[in-house]
Design a protein around this ligand. Structure first.
Ligand SMILES: *Cc1c(COP(=O)(O)O)cnc(C)c1O
Length: 399
C-alpha cells in the first residue's frame, strides 16, 4: 500500500450522523518516493542539521524559483524573520504588510523589533493593493513584505517600481504560492528576498520547514550566518553577534527533495480538483467564485477558496459552514484582518483612499472560506462537497 493510502486511513474518521468519511480541508500528498528518501537520510545516520540533502534541496529549490541561493530554515516564520534581519530591519523601521494574510507575516516584523503597517488588499484576489502601499509610505518605511495570497501572485508590475523608487527592500512571502508565475516569471524571483513555508498544509511540505531564496550572495551569507547561532565560519565558537538556531534537518530536506521532484504531479492533481469545483455549476447558480485569479498569472492551486457574493448577509457564511460540517465537510474561514487582532490593533492601517478603514480586507474575510482541497480527493468526494454546498446555498438564498 502507498504511504498516501496509509495516511488517508489514519485521518479518516466517522462523523456519527453520516457514515461518509470526514473530508479535511488539507492533507499532505505523500507517497513511497518521500518514504524512501526519508529512509535513505535516516539510514545514513545524518539525521540532524548537517547532511547532503540540505544543500541539495536548497540548490534545487532556488533553481525551481529561477533564483540563485536558498537557505533552508526551521519554518516559514523563521525565514521571514531572518530575511528582515538580513536586510538590516529593526526598531524604528516601518514594514508594510497586507492586512489579509496569515499572522506570521506581521509576527516576523515584530520579532525583528520593527513596526508593521497594514495595507488593504485588492478586491477578489486579496493581495496587497499598490495604491494603499503608496499611501502608507513614510520617512520611516524601510521594507514591503508582499504576500502571494492563496496561490495568487500580487501585482508585481505596480509594486516593483514603488519599492525601487522609494529605495525600499522588497520581500516576497510566498508561503502559499510555490511555483506560481506572474507574467511568466516565478514568484520568489521578484523581491530582494523571498520566503517559503513547508508546513504540512502547504503545496509541498517537509513537515515543518521554510526557505529564504535570493540572488544576492551577501544576503544569502547573512541569513546562513544568523540561522546557525551567528558563528564565524573561520573560527569555531566565535560568535560576533547574537544568532538563532533556525536550522532544518537532513530528514526534512530529504522529504522536501522528493516533494519537489513530484511538484508537477502534485499541482496537476490539485488543478483537476479545482476544475471539478469550477465545473460543478455553483458559480453561475449562486454568484459564488472558486479561486478568483488575476489575468496573465499562473496561480498555484493551494487551498480551494469559495468567495460568496458581495451582498451576502454577515450570518450566512457561518450557516453555510455549519451545514457543511454536519455533512462531514471541513471548512476554514479566510484570515481575519490582522489589524483586528489584539497584538496589532494599535498599528497604522491604510486603505487605497488613505483612510484607516480596510473595507476590502474585511469584506473578503467575511465572505470567504476554504473547502477540502487535497489532490487525493476522489470525484465522489468533490461531488459530495459540491452537493452539500449547493444545498446550503439554496437554503440560505431561499430564506
Ligand atoms: C504558512 C505561512 C507562513 C508561516 O509559515 P510557517 O512555516 O507556519 O512558520 C507565513 N506566511 C504565510 C502567508 C503563510 O501562509
Amino acid at each position: 500500500m502507498s504511504a498516501t493510502g496509509r495516511f488517508k486511513e489514519r485521518v479518516s474518521i466517522s462523523n456519527g450522523s453520516d457514515s461518509a468519511k470526514f473530508l479535511p480541508v488539507a492533507e499532505p500528498d505523500l507517497t513511497v518516493a518521500e518514504e524512501e528518501m526519508l529512509l535513505t537520510a535516516f539510514r545514513s545516520g545524518w539525521i540532524s542539521s548537517i547532511g547532503k540533502f540540505i544543500g541539495q534541496f536548497e540548490q534545487e529549490f532556488a533553481t525551481f524559483c529561477e533564483s540563485r541561493h536558498g537557505v533552508c530554515v526551521s519554518n516559514g516564520t523563521a525565514a521571514l524573520h531572518l530575511s528582515l534581519l538580513a536586510a538590516g530591519i529593526g526598531p524604528g523601521d516601518e514594514v508594510i504588510v497586507p492586512a489579509l494574510t496569515f499572522v506570521a507575516t506581521a509576527a516576523a516584523v515584530r520579532h525583528a523589533g520593527a513596526t508593521p503597517v497594514f495595507v488593504d488588499v485588492e478586491p477578489e484576489i486579496g493581495t496587497m493593493d499598490p495604491a494603499a502601499v503608496v499611501r502608507a509610505i513614510t520617512s520611516r518605511t524601510r521594507a514591503i513584505v508582499v504576500v502571494h495570497l492563496y496561490g495568487n501572485p500580487a501585482d508585481m508590475d505596480s509594486l516593483m517600481p514603488i519599492s525601487r523608487q522609494q529605495g525600499l527592500i522588497l520581500i516576497e512571502d510566498a508561503a502559499q504560492a510555490h511555483g506560481a508565475r506572474y507574467r511568466g516569471m516565478k514568484v520568489g524571483s521578484f523581491g530582494d528576498m523571498a520566503t517559503f513555508s513547508f508546513y504540512g498544509n502547504k503545496v509541498i511540505t517537509t513537515g515543518e520547514g521554510g526557505i529564504v531564496v535570493t540572488t544576492d550572495s551577501a544576503l544569502d551569507a547573512r541569513v546562513r550566518f544568523l540561522r546557525d547561532h551567528a558563528m564565524d565560519y573561520e573560527r569555531r565558537y566565535w560568535h560576533p553577534e547574537v544568532g538563532y538556531n533556525y536550522r532544518i534537518t537532513n530528514l526534512q530536506a530529504a522529504i522536501g527533495l522528493a516533494q519537489l521532484n513530484r511538484f508537477q504531479e502534485i499541482t496537476e492533481k490539485r488543478l483537476k480538483i479545482l476544475e471539478m469545483y469550477r465545473n460543478g455549476g455553483l458559480e453561475d447558480r449562486f454568484g459564488i467564485k472558486f479561486n478568483p485569479k488575476r489575468i496573465r498569472t499562473e496561480a498555484t492551486p493551494w487551498l480551494i477558496c469559495v468567495l460568496l457574493p458581495e451582498d451576502v448577509a454577515p450570518e450566512i457564511p457561518y450557516a453555510i459552514r455549519a451545514e457543511l460540517k454536519e455533512g462531514g465537510v471541513d471548512t476554514r474561514p479566510y484570515f481575519i484582518p490582522l489589524h483586528d487582532l489584539p497584538p496589532y490593533v494599535n498599528y497604522r492601517a491604510v486603505a487605497a483612499d488613505g483612510s484607516s478603514c480596510l473595507t476590502v480586507s474585511r469584506s473578503l474575510s467575511a465572505r470567504g472560506f476554504n473547502v477540502p482541497s487535497s489532490g487525493n480527493l476522489t470525484r465522489q468526494d468533490v461531488d459530495r462537497v459540491i452537493n452539500t454546498l449547493g444545498r446550503a446555498l439554496e437554503r440560505v438564498s431561499a430564506s
